[in-house]
Design a protein around this ligand. Structure first.
Ligand code: ACM
Length: 423
């Protein structure tokens, strides 16, 4: 308030339930400016979210300056959008480009630190590597000439398994580790279709040399090697749950996205876990059936479902449950071309993630959350957070007309009990 506010002396006894209260944003498929990232960090801080997982490399773009390998951003930082969007008025290909300089990364890291947010950078290995291999073809398995992908999806391109490529991975991690003071570095590991390795006589030979019996063991060999390297830099490795395949490195933390099963398996073997199942915490999925939703992945994850997600599976005993560090919402940006759409998809659902991360399980209360949300909307309006209006829309459905009367059903996606109308 303008005139200040007087608060009676009070003792506040409050502590978060989970140490990891996270949000992942994909800067690879679409690029977000430093100012946009800062706006998001501001919003995270007001929700007491403390971990920003920054997805910086993928098939469609390499978004972080690496001094030793300038072509990663020069070549890997640009793609031609798929379809008509990739053809300019002059008929020539349009380039979609963007990356963060190391100075900008340091600026964002400091901004986050001032808000008690750690940043976990992600550099995806051994798949989601098309942009990197486009820049340095000697990193790839085949001789095909690649360009950063124009389309979305899972691509076949993997890093090869040469010593020189392992050295490249370590060089990149060394620069990344020097930029980000936090404890964790994310090395991806997801969706690495192994066809290229299986088809390559050279990779098969390397697997024999390295004692890797199959492609899963080969991936595991690389992830273990990167863990050893990161350990030497005082960092901890985290990866998507596919890093379980072929065996986890001893200290690895698992981010469980293909449901909670990977997280359960990891916790049972004494590994730390962050729960971010696609089924409940992927905020690039649509949130309502409203025709006014912007494009999104075509299943609906409503606010209520996000709120109901319980990070600690019943299958874990108390000792195993202590390995659940927390939860994280993920925002992949294939469908989000503008920052307004990012905010639309994140809010209000991110508030539900934040409450699960902070509040004791016994205090969770969806009707109470909905009631408190109206004050939150006022704060978002003041902060300039472009939250989704679709969950608050009143839906109108006309029923059968009989005996000179018609039935009109009013509803609301969030289940607010009171709907007021005028005729
Ligand atoms: C993922 O969604 N591929 C981690």
């Amino acid at each position: 308030a303008k005139g200040g506010l007087v608060v009676a002396a009070a003792h506040i006894d409050d502590t978060p339930r989970f140490a990891w209260r996270g949000l992942m944003l994909d800067s690879a498929r679409h690029f977000w400016t430093v100012d946009e990232i800062k706006q998001l960090l501001d919003a995270m801080a007001t929700h007491k979210l403390n971990t920003f997982h920054w997805h910086l490399t993928d098939d469609q773009g390499w978004r972080i300056e690496i001094r030793k390998y300038p072509k990663l951003t020069q070549v890997g930082g640009c793609r031609v959008p798929g379809g008509d969007a990739g053809i300019g008025a002059d008929g020539k290909p349009v380039q979609y480009c963007g990356y963060y300089t190391q100075d900008e990364i340091r600026e964002v890291v400091a901004y986050a630190a001032a808000r008690h947010i750690d940043i976990v950078p992600e550099f995806d290995v051994p798949g989601h590597a098309t942009a990197a291999i486009s820049a340095y073809p000697e990193l790839g398995v085949t001789d095909a000439k690649l360009a950063p992908s124009s389309e979305w999806g899972v691509f076949q391109n993997l890093f090869n398994t040469e010593e020189a490529t392992f050295a490249f991975l370590e060089d990149v991690l060394a620069e990344v580790a020097a930029l980000f003071p936090g404890k964790y570095i994310h090395v991806g590991g997801d969706e690495a279709v192994k066809n290229q390795w299986i088809a390559s006589p050279r990779v098969q030979q390397r697997m024999r040399e390295l004692g890797a019996n199959d492609a899963m063991a080969m991936q595991s060999h690389i992830i273990k090697r990167l863990e050893t390297f990161l350990d030497g830099k005082g960092k901890r490795l985290i990866g998507w749950d596919e890093i379980l395949e072929g065996g986890l490195p001893p200290q690895a933390t698992v981010m469980s996205w293909r449901g909670t099963e990977g997280g359960i398996e990891a916790a049972k073997t004494g590994h730390d876990v962050v729960m971010s199942p696609a089924s409940d915490l992927y905020l690039d999925y649509l949130q309502t059936h409203s025709p006014n939703e912007p494009p999104g992945r075509p299943a609906i994850i409503p606010l209520k479902q996000v709120y109901a997600f319980e990070p600690v599976p019943a299958a874990l005993d108390a000792a195993q449950a202590r390995h659940i560090l927390g939860l994280q919402a993920n925002a992949w940006s294939e469908h989000m071309r503008t920052f307004e759409r990012v905010q639309h998809n994140l809010f209000p659902r991110l508030a539900a993630v934040a409450e699960t991360g902070w509040s004791p399980k016994a205090r969770k209360d969806y009707p109470g959350f909905l009631a408190r949300l109206s004050a939150e909307l006022a704060r978002w309006n003041a902060q300039g957070v472009a939250y989704a209006k679709t969950p608050f829309e009143v839906s109108i459905a006309a029923g059968d007309a009989a005996n000179g009367t018609s039935n009109i059903t009013l509803g609301n996606a969030l289940g607010y009990p009171d709907i007021r109308y005028t005729t």
